[in-house]
Write a protein that binds this ligand. Structure first.
Ligand code: AMP
Length: 611
């Protein structure tokens, strides 16, 4: 593997020229594919359909080798995960025939979206990694138009791998980023000043999350002056790193002072890699100590990494709840959302990365997949409630034909064998780059609660509450009303449920019963939530707050005073609006937390015997 030079003085002489040339090429590519969005999309669809002409799925629907849009739209149904689950199951169980794709399925990418409480499995093929890498390669050329000189320093990015499992048929199932970081595209990347990170690959690839985080922070601290940008994938992950620093800065400081790595870091590859960066530096240790021991941590990012120009994290969608915290820690540095992607497919890039988070839009790159758009109307009184327009078989719109201001649900056809698959994201057309639309991310359909990668919908929440309420039966008690709130003021954030009780029995309910209710809710939630609690520790214990009788009437009065219709009023199953949260909090009588972590094991429940 080509070794990345340690300092900029060792850069090849012509690197600057090469860099400019590479940047120009990337921008030219964006110009080209966006100017010809419709033609590119036609070509992409034809490529996908001709290479997969003989797969079982397309034959089953009678496509008969056609590769044109009209026939495709006429015969291939618009689907959700549940529709292809039987096909996915066959592949997972070891059927290697051409079911969805003519190319061998190389692995499954486990989506943070769930079906039946388990992560969705997205098939992928070897060549998809190249397509994903291409999207990554566009990000810095775009960024460098707005922030020059980024090639002169490093990026401090907190990147992690997660556990993986094997399907009964022997395919690996893991999150897309784990697959990417472990791939040669990432590990053996040729030297590029734009992928020059403070974290050694070994630290990123360390499966132990404590050791990984510790060593990445330590390396970031050791190279603090070289850092020009900081980030993580999602805002929640970046905040977790700051929290870790708050807890562990004394030990980290000691390592910087002595040049000896904390013996708790036992992974030999990590020790080796960190050893190449860590030098005794008492002056730096004094500096870190003086900054971290100050009472206020406001602006800690700019204090410890003084040359940082921006924070690169996704803060669109549910992650926007973290903006105030990030602003606080970074003293208002620009928050940059560079891309929009998923396990199914990488979608697009933000061509104006310095726009405020609320102004961010993503330009879908037409070569990534074939995109269609299902018009949606969101009903105003259901939070995140999305209804499709009345007719069942509404015409899906092509990428080049979407209308400014209209909202759509994204539907993709991928090279890896998803055909007209509803991703579940609602997007709004915010503008155009040449002929390609730019979308702001509106919401994930039906999701009510999210702290990190978890996405809990109303039905899951309802079932979880129903299960928990069983604990109250012996006390002749019930939950008459409930709502929920994603509390991200704690680090990590946690789910809060507000319960109004209806009590018929006279025996008081002991706190342990409510704690059992908390745990039962957690046990009933999907595996992504439980993984966040158990393995990633990115979600804190669930809390139930008991509110006074009459609280939910007050909530209704409030909604009606703000214009809600009394006939149509439904208790929101999730609240976000600060005055409503305040109203609920002002009437809390008791609070209970989940006493321990719920159960979670990697992989799907039904595979456990095979692991
Ligand atoms: P996963 O398949 O688990 O990687 O999750 C992909 C989902 O994360 C997408 O479908 C979106 O709902 C969400 N997501 C990804 N990128 C962004 C972004 N830039 N802004 C908002 N949400 C995003």
């Amino acid at each position: 593997m080509p070794e990345a030079p340690k300092t900029s003085s060792k850069l090849p002489e012509n690197y600057n020229y090469n860099l400019q040339e590479k940047n120009a090429k990337a921008l030219e590519f964006i110009e080209d594919v966006t100017a010809n969005a419709d033609e590119v999309q036609k070509r992409v669809l034809a490529e996908i359909l001709s290479s997969n002409a003989n797969v079982e799925y397309l034959k089953r629907h009678g496509l008969n080798g056609h590769t044109d849009r009209d026939t495709f739209k006429k015969v291939i149904p618009v689907i959700t995960y549940e529709d292809i689950q039987p096909d996915i199951k066959r592949i997972a169980n070891g059927d290697t025939s051409q079911i969805l794709c003519s190319k061998p399925i190389s692995e499954f990418l486990t989506s943070s979206g769930t079906s039946g409480g388990e992560r969705k499995l997205m098939p992928t093929i070897e060549e998809e990694m190249g397509r994903r890498s291409l999207l990554y390669s566009l990000l810095m050329p775009v960024m460098s138009q707005f922030v020059p000189g980024l090639e002169k320093g490093k990026g401090m990015y907190f990147l992690f791998i997660k556990s993986e499992a094997k399907t009964p048929g022997g395919l690996v199932a893991r999150p897309v980023l784990t697959a990417y970081y472990k791939s040669s595209h990432f590990r053996n990347r040729p030297y590029d000043p734009y992928t020059n990170y403070t974290s050694p690959n070994e630290a990123i690839l360390c499966p132990d999350s404590y050791q990984s985080m510790y060593s990445q922070l330590l390396c970031g601290l050791c190279q603090n002056k070289e850092v020009l940008r900081v980030g993580a994938v999602f805002a929640s992950g970046f905040i977790r790193a700051i929290r870790f620093l708050e807890k562990h800065w004394r030990v980290l400081c000691n390592d910087v002072r002595t040049g000896n790595l904390n013996p708790q870091i036992t992974d030999p590859a990590v020790r080796d890699a960190v050893g190449k960066i860590l030098q005794p530096d008492p002056k730096l240790a004094d500096f870190i100590e003086s900054e971290c021991s100050k009472e206020s941590w406001q602006g800690i990012i700019t204090r410890l990494w003084p040359n940082t120009k921006y924070v690169d994290v996704i803060v669109t969608g549910t992650m926007s709840q973290y903006i105030p915290t990030l602003d606080y820690y970074s003293n208002g540095l620009p928050l940059v959302c560079t891309m929009y992607a998923s396990s199914e497919c990488y979608f697009g890039v933000n061509l104006n990365p310095l726009y405020e988070p609320c102004e961010v839009s993503y330009t879908l790159i037409p070569t990534m997949a074939y995109f269609e758009f299902l018009p949606v109307n969101r009903s105003n009184n259901s939070i995140n409630g999305v209804t499709n327009n009345s007719k069942e078989h509404l015409e899906l719109v092509n990428l080049a034909d979407v209308k400014l201001g209209q909202e759509y649900e994204l539907v993709v056809t991928t090279y890896a064998g998803l055909y007209r698959y509803r991703v579940g994201d609602v997007l709004r057309v915010a503008g155009f780059k040449n002929k390609a639309p730019q979308f702001s991310f509106i919401c994930r359909k039906n999701v009510v609660l999210s702290i990190d990668a978890d996405k809990t919908d109303e039905v899951e929440l309802q079932n979880a509450v129903k299960n928990a309420v069983n604990h109250l039966v012996p006390f002749d008690a019930n939950v008459s009303e409930y709502t929920s709130y994603a509390n991200t003021t704690t680090i990590p954030g946690h789910y809060v449920l507000y319960w109004e009780m209806s009590l018929k029995g006279s025996t008081p309910i002991p706190p342990s019963v409510f704690e059992d209710c908390c745990l039962t809710i957690e046990e009933s939630l999907n595996s992504v939530y439980r993984q966040g609690r158990v393995s990633d520790k990115s979600i804190g214990p669930l809390e139930i707050k008991i509110v006074e009788a009459g609280t939910f009437d007050k909530l209704m009065d409030y909604a009606i005073s703000r214009g809600a219709s009394i006939n149509q009023y439904k208790t929101p199953r999730c609240v976000k609006f600060a005055p409503i949260v305040e109203l609920l909090n002002s009437r809390v009588e008791a609070e209970y937390f989940s006493p321990k972590c719920p159960k979670w094991v990697p992989g799907h429940k039904q595979w456990c015997n095979h692991d």
